[in-house]
Write a new protein. Structure first.
Length: 298
């Protein structure tokens, strides 16, 4: 897949997701307290690449599935991702005043409402995903919703966040600790996005196993490039405060391996991701995602 084809496909998936999120918002009129609804959708509508829902739709489509059926799962995953960002920005967590180029949720609505906005998005994500599974009677969508719960929950993304907090400023920091944090904090939700798309399309067996290996390497690549950009990126492009990880003594790839070592690790993760899906004939979008992630500047 060429860069132009990848860009065109990503724009198409993004458009589908944005239209569905707008429709979902319209359907909440009168059912969610107005202040909570405003806070929830302030962050959900704040833009971003929508990487996770686009991956879900792309994988579903590449495996012959109907992206319309996967759309509630894709939107639910974006809600989960957004809730995690709201909570991550709180003063008790990373204490960041900016997100996606504008004030973080708690800076606009206050800490208490930001917590509730995150809570609301998390529960509403499963309301959206499970509602679609119940209405359709599809075991594929039910399996995808379960996958999302596993990857987002206490043994998934939340475990990564907990380890990240525990290891901050630790006297001894190892690559094993670093990989554990980001295997869960970052890679689990990317794995959810990819595997949910496959489950929605009815895939199983070696394809799902290959996609899990791809996702784990992609998650590592995403985090390594994020750590690199936190050290040498453009704050205006990133839309958030940079350099805070180093200042707080967080465990990062740049801090542990150095800038050159982190770049080498990114290349290795990219190669591993591509290798994992080389036997899937329709892997063009997935390999293009890796190429784009390796060279991203935001």
């Amino acid at each position: 897949m060429t860069k132009a084809e990848f860009s065109e496909a990503s724009k198409r998936y993004l458009g589908v997701v944005e239209r569905e999120l707008s429709a979902i918002k319209a359907g909440t009129e009168g059912s969610i307290h107005p202040a909570l609804r405003e806070a929830m959708f302030y962050s959900l509508e704040s833009g971003g690449k929508r990487l996770r829902p686009c991956l879900t739709l792309a994988v579903c489509e590449m495996l012959g599935g109907d992206i319309a059926s996967a759309l509630p799962i894709a939107c639910g995953l974006e809600m989960i991702h957004t809730y995690s960002l709201i909570h991550d920005d709180l003063p008790c967590m990373d204490d960041d005043d900016m997100r996606r180029g504008r004030p973080s949720n708690h800076k606009v609505f206050g800490e208490a409402m930001a917590v509730l906005a995150g809570d609301g998005l998390l529960s509403f994500a499963f309301e959206t995903m499970l509602g679609a599974a119940v209405r359709s009677g599809s075991p594929n969508l039910l399996a995808a919703a379960y996958e999302a719960a596993l990857r987002a929950g206490a043994g998934g993304m939340v475990t990564g966040q907990a380890a990240d907090i525990e290891y901050e400023g630790a006297d001894v920091q190892t690559e094993e600790m670093l990989r554990y944090v980001h295997r869960h904090k970052t890679a689990d939700m990317l794995e959810a996005a990819v595997v949910c798309g496959a489950l929605a399309a009815g895939a199983d067996g070696w394809i799902v196993r290959s996609l899990r290996r791809y996702s784990e390497s992609m998650g590592m690549l995403f985090q390594i490039t994020d750590d690199i950009l936190d050290a040498v990126g453009d704050e205006a492009l990133m839309g958030k405060t940079l350099g805070k990880d180093a200042a707080k003594g967080k465990l990062t790839y740049v801090g542990l391996l150095g800038l050159d070592g982190a770049r080498e690790a990114a290349e290795a993760a990219a190669d591993a991701a591509k290798e994992a899906v080389k036997d899937i004939d329709t892997n063009g979008y997935l390999t293009a995602v890796i190429d784009n992630m390796l060279t991203r500047d935001r």
